[in-house]
Design a protein around this ligand. Structure first.
Ligand code: NAG
Ligand code: NAG
Ligand code: NAG
Length: 217
C-alpha cells in the first residue's frame, strides 16, 4: 500500500514536471549560445530559473553540459551538482561559478562534505576535464564535461544560488524554491524528475524527510 502510494505520488510529480516543462520549452530549445554550441537535450529545471542543456556520448560515457541560471548578477554564486551516492547538499559534487578577485566569472569544482561548506575548490569524485563559465544578459552559464561514474546514466541532481561577499560564497536563502531544487536527471533518456531519488541512496531514504532538504542546499 505504502509502495502504491509512493508510485502514485511519483507519477504525479512526473506529470507535473512535464507539464511545467512545456511552458518553458521555447526558452530552452531556441536558446542561442554565444559560440553556437548545439545541445541535443535541454530541460528547464522546475525552480530557480535554471536550464540544463547536454550532449551525452555513449561511446565514452561523458556528458557535455551547459547549466544556465537566469536573472542573476555578478554578486551571486550559482551551482549545479550531481549527487552520486546521496541526495541534496551533503556529498553533492558541485560545479560552481562566481566572480573571483580579478572580477572575472570563474568556474571550478567543489565536493560538499558538510553543512559548513564555503564551496572551496577541490576535485570531484568523477573527472571534469573541462569547466568554464560566462556571465551575459544577467545569466550565468557553466560549461563542463563530466566523466560519468560507470554503469549508470541516472543521478540525483541539485542546483542553487546565493550571494558572494568579499570573495566568499555565503549561505543561500531558505525560500521554498531553494528547498525544492533537487531531483533526478537521466542523461540517456532525457528524463528529469523533481524531488525523487535514484541509486544507492534510495533504500536508505527516509521518505518523511523527502521534501525537507537540508539547510544550505
Ligand atoms: C567523447 O566522445 C565524443 C564523440 O563520441 C567526443 O566528441 C568527445 O570529445 C569525447 N569526450 C571526451 C572527454 O573524450
Ligand atoms: C579569475 O578567473 C579568470 C577566468 O577564469 C582567471 O583568468 C584569473 O586568473 C582568475 N583570477 C584569480 C585571482 O584567480
Ligand atoms: C524518519 O524520520 C522521522 C522524522 O524525523 C523519524 O521519526 C523516523 O524514525 C525516521 N525513520 C527511519 C526509518 O529512519
Amino acid at each position: 500500500m505504502d509502495k502504491l502510494l509512493r508510485n502514485l505520488l511519483f507519477s504525479f510529480i512526473l506529470v507535473m514536471v512535464s507539464v511545467a516543462g512545456k511552458g518553458y520549452a521555447q526558452t530552452c530549445s531556441t536558446y542561442q549560445f554565444r559560440d553556437n554550441s548545439v545541445y541535443a537535450t535541454c530541460i528547464p529545471l522546475p525552480v530557480l530559473n535554471s536550464f540544463l542543456h547536454w550532449n551525452y556520448h555513449q561511446s565514452n560515457h561523458t556528458v557535455d553540459i551547459a547549466y544556465r541560471h537566469t536573472g542573476v548578477s555578478t554578486s551571486d554564486w550559482v551551482t549545479w551538482a550531481l549527487n552520486v551516492d546521496g541526495t541534496g547538499m551533503i556529498r553533492a559534487q558541485c560545479l560552481v561559478a562566481r566572480q573571483n578577485s580579478s572580477g572575472d566569472i570563474y568556474a571550478y569544482t567543489s565536493p560538499v562534505t558538510g553543512y559548513g561548506t564555503q564551496l572551496e575548490e577541490a576535485p570531484l569524485s568523477f573527472g571534469v576535464p573541462r569547466i568554464s563559465a560566462e556571465f551575459r544578459n544577467n545569466e550565468i552559464t557553466i560549461f563542463a564535461t563530466l566523466q560519468l561514474p560507470t554503469g549508470r546514466t541516472s543521478f540525483n541532481q541539485v542546483w542553487q544560488l546565493g550571494p558572494v561577499s568579499g570573495g566568499t560564497p555565503l549561505r543561500h536563502a531558505l525560500d521554498a524554491d531553494n528547498r525544492r531544487s533537487t531531483g533526478t536527471v537521466d542523461f540517456l533518456s532525457g528524463q528529469v524528475t523533481e524531488g525523487g531519488a535514484v541509486g544507492p541512496s534510495m533504500k536508505k531514504r527516509n521518505v518523511s524527510h523527502q521534501f525537507f532538504p537540508s539547510l544550505f542546499f
